[in-house]
Design a protein around this ligand. Structure first.
Ligand code: SF4
Length: 392
């Protein structure tokens, strides 16, 4: 049975439920019930009932969900509506209704293993990859270029899952993360350097591509005997922990996936941080943090150590975390909506009176920087590495 068929009771059962509406970050900015949790459930259920058809307009609406996870996170019975919405996208792609923007991203993923460009063997970045080359590719005939030999050293039982956004957009975060791991005595080699975890093709409905990415990463973990994957990005951790199961890909037995936030927060006395001079700051919960137990709290504990004080909190945080358009593929399918979400977040951060906005995820940090409008954006790992009292 396909995931789409499996989730039909979710579309049916959630189409008139308004209980999580207030938690949806997209509905909050669009102020439109069509782009709310029950709106998307009603859309898919209506197509299933023959009352509506997949066409440009209905598919466009389906792809406005940010896959934020807030609806499930605020559901009294934990109904998996975000997963059901992504499964409906896979059905739409299977039926041949994929939006043009999705096809462009698919071509890049198949050509480069990421939406950004090619991660060459010597790690020379090619973010200026020739986009005309990408457009010329025939995604249906070109073999997918998937992550292979992603570890650069096979001597450790732990790997640092670098992913694509850190490599292409915020490479300075990687050595900062390694400095922190060294301080804990953890020898973690880099893996998936410059490569998508498979989250992006998954959320865009490109499940065949997503599956190939996931299988390649799992094969690599299996062959290297790794037991601990430490992700820089909550989105990548979510992919490995939750999305791969949706795709029918199992992690090797005995492999534990966590974020660097969680590893650092559980390090106890091994992590010694000297607080910096006091400054008012606020904390942004990155995309998919809500899917990771204790992540929001652990990140705040670490930020509090670095600043010597707790953050000035925004209303939309933790279980009400605000997407900034970096999930659900929104930055590719609906860039104006994604920008609106990011600019709204900056305005909320400024409203707290904070001078600094801190987040842990590389993609969210780069996106917030892009729309910062004078606000200082800092990455949590870089911040902690600067304040390390030991292990430099
Ligand atoms: S996954 Fe996020 S954006 Fe989509 S319906 Fe749920 S809360 Fe709204």
């Amino acid at each position: 049975m396909s995931k789409f068929i499996e989730y039909i009771p979710i579309y049916e059962g959630d189409r008139y439920c308004l209980m999580c509406a207030q938690a949806c970050p997209v509905r909050r900015v669009t102020k439109n019930e069509a782009t709310s949790p029950h709106g998307w459930a009603l859309l898919v259920a209506s197509v299933q009932r023959g009352m509506l058809q997949w066409d440009t307009e209905s598919v466009d609406t389906l792809y406005r969900c940010a896959d934020a996870g807030n609806c499930q996170g605020n559901c009294a019975t934990n109904r998996p509506l975000p997963y059901a919405i992504q499964a409906a996208r896979e059905e739409v792609v299977r039926l041949g209704y994929a939006p043009a923007s999705v096809k462009v991203v698919e071509a890049k993923l198949r050509a480069f293993g990421s939406p950004y460009g090619d991660a060459t063997n010597d790690e020379r970045r090619t973010t200026n990859a020739d986009s005309s080359l990408v457009i010329r590719l025939d995604a249906s005939s070109h073999p997918p270029r998937i992550p292979t030999n992603t570890r650069d050293d096979a001597s450790s039982s732990s790997v640092l899952f670098v992913g694509d956004a850190a490599y292409f957009l915020k490479p300075e975060i990687v050595p900062a993360a390694e400095t922190l791991l060294n301080a804990l005595g953890v020898n973690a080699t880099r893996c998936a350097v410059g490569q998508s975890s498979g989250y992006l093709p998954y959320t865009l409905g490109l499940w065949d591509t997503a599956r190939e990415f996931a299988k390649s990463i799992v094969r690599d973990l299996e062959s290297s005997g790794v037991t601990q994957v430490i992700a820089l990005s909550p989105q990548d951790a979510h992919a490995l922990k939750n999305v791969y199961a949706e795709l029918g890909v199992n992690l090797p037995d005995g492999v534990n996936v966590s974020t660097l936030v969680d590893v650092l927060a559980n390090a106890g006395e091994k992590l010694k941080i000297e607080p910096r001079a006091p400054q008012a700051y606020t904390f942004h919960d990155a995309s998919q943090s809500i899917r990771l137990k204790h992540h929001a709290l652990n990140a705040r504990v670490l930020a509090t150590q670095a600043f010597g004080a707790e953050p000035r909190e925004m209303l939309f945080r933790e279980s009400l975390a605000a997407s900034i358009g970096t999930s659900g593929g929104l930055q590719y399918t609906h860039p104006a909506l994604a920008e609106n979400l990011a600019r709204t977040r900056i305005a909320e951060a400024k409203a707290t009176g904070a001078e600094i906005l801190v987040t842990d995820d590389p993609l969210d940090a780069a996106t917030l920087e892009k729309y910062a409008d004078g606000m200082q954006v800092m990455n949590l790992y870089q911040l902690l590495a600067e304040q390390l009292a030991n292990g430099r």
